[in-house]
Design a protein around this ligand. Structure first.
Ligand SMILES: [Zn+2]
Ligand SMILES: [Zn+2]
Length: 233
């Protein structure tokens, strides 16, 4: 075919140039193919079922290459609970959380960590369940996280959903309690489908505004104001 020795310098440059163009086009085509394959799967969809076996999740909180953990729990095992934590801890800008009952220590730790990292956390919870033994709501408020609760005493704020960076929806039957995570049959769906994320974000905003303490008359229990006002960030 080509006899390089008989080629002029000009011809050789032409062949090399064509080769370079072919190489670049090949790389471009591979990238295009990769994008097509990824797009055909659509936005993130994941389903998690509980109960979740107890495993070590320490590495999700402390990101270190060779983290030595001496705890007796199994290590390097992915579970529904560890996936839930991964999704929550992926928040970089905001976390909007609607949860009926919140007493799970590790989930509380995750929310406090996000708050510390500068993620804007907003929580809407139930009026009756926020004061039960073990509730983490007090700890969140103490840390400066904005928590609002259902103002009406006639209805429960029974939702269990979270919005990560207004882009990822985590929703299902799971209350944020140890019993729900470790014992109950529960389901959680994680999705970045905009047509699902959008209405949940609107619903959160609606609940957030409807339960703004500023719009309600102060209520007193045993002479103490029981509504904590919280400045919006
Ligand atoms: Zn461990
Ligand atoms: Zn209150």
């Amino acid at each position: 075919m080509f006899n390089f020795r008989n080629m002029s310098c000009k011809e050789l440059m032409k062949v090399l140039g064509l080769g370079a163009v072919a190489f670049v086009l090949g790389v471009e085509w591979l990238n295009w193919l990769k994008r097509r394959l990824r797009d055909s799967r659509g936005p993130l969809k994941e389903v998690l079922f509980f109960p979740s076996p107890q495993v070590c999740v320490e590495h999700l909180f402390i990101r270190h290459k060779h983290f030595p953990c001496a705890c007796p729990l199994p290590h390097g095992v992915e579970t529904s609970f560890s996936r839930l934590l991964v999704h929550l801890l992926s928040a970089r800008v905001s976390l909007d959380l609607c949860v009926f009952s919140f007493s799970h220590m590790e989930l509380s730790r995750a929310i406090l960590l996000l708050h510390k990292q500068g993620v804007v956390v907003r929580v809407v919870t139930d009026r009756d369940y926020m004061t039960i033994t073990g509730s983490q709501i007090g700890a969140l408020r103490k840390a400066g996280i904005c928590v609002r609760h259902e103002m009406s005493s006639a209805v429960h704020m029974h939702h269990k959903f979270a919005l990560v960076d207004s882009r990822k929806l985590i929703t299902g039957s799971l209350n944020w309690t140890l019993t729900a995570v470790q014992s109950n049959k529960e389901n959680v769906m994680v999705t970045e489908e905009p047509e699902l994320v959008g209405p949940y974000q609107q619903e959160f905003q609606k609940l957030w505004e409807a339960n703004d303490p500023a719009n309600h008359k102060p209520q007193y229990t045993n002479g103490q104001l029981n509504i904590k006002t919280c400045k919006d960030k």
